[in-house]
Write a protein that binds this ligand. Structure first.
Ligand code: HEC
Length: 103
């Protein structure tokens, strides 16, 4: 059985292999990118294509209960492990959130 600490450390390790653990990600959308493009570039490395999750159902986003505002906040501020994306502005983050809500 994995305890919570092991689980979090494991994801963290996974995260650092992908783009770094926590902190912030420098990804900057090119103007004109829509939610799908931003997601594919900034999020799919951890959350899988089309929000389907990456490692089994881990980090699945399709069907998430989060509200648009919560998703925008997550993108802008990051999570416990997830990096923040300060260069994705609120309007762009909304496009990504709308895309995720449509899945
Ligand atoms: C480096 C890996 C990584 C990247 C890149 C990443 N995430 Fe995450 N994301 C996570 C992890 C890990 C969690 C769960 C733990 C936490 O909150 O940190 C998470 C959680 C979330 C949640 C909450 C899920 C739920 O159902 O409660 C949302 C929403 C989310 N991410 C959206 C995004 C979006 C949108 C992007 C792209 C802008 C993105 N993530 C990029 C690792 C990542």
């Amino acid at each position: 059985m994995m305890n919570k600490t092991t689980y979090v450390a494991g994801i963290c390790l996974l995260g650092s292999m992908l783009t770094g653990c926590g902190g912030s990600n420098e990804f900057t959308p090119v103007s004109g990118m829509d939610g799908v493009d931003i997601y594919a570039n900034a999020c799919s490395s951890c959350h899988g294509e089309n929000g389907s999750g990456k490692f089994g159902f881990l980090l699945k986003l399709a069907g998430s209960e989060e509200t648009t505002d919560q998703i925008v906040g997550k993108i802008r501020n990051g999570g416990h492990i997830m990096p923040a994306f300060p260069n994705i502005d609120t309007q762009q983050a909304k496009l990504v959130a709308d895309y995720l809500k449509s899945l």
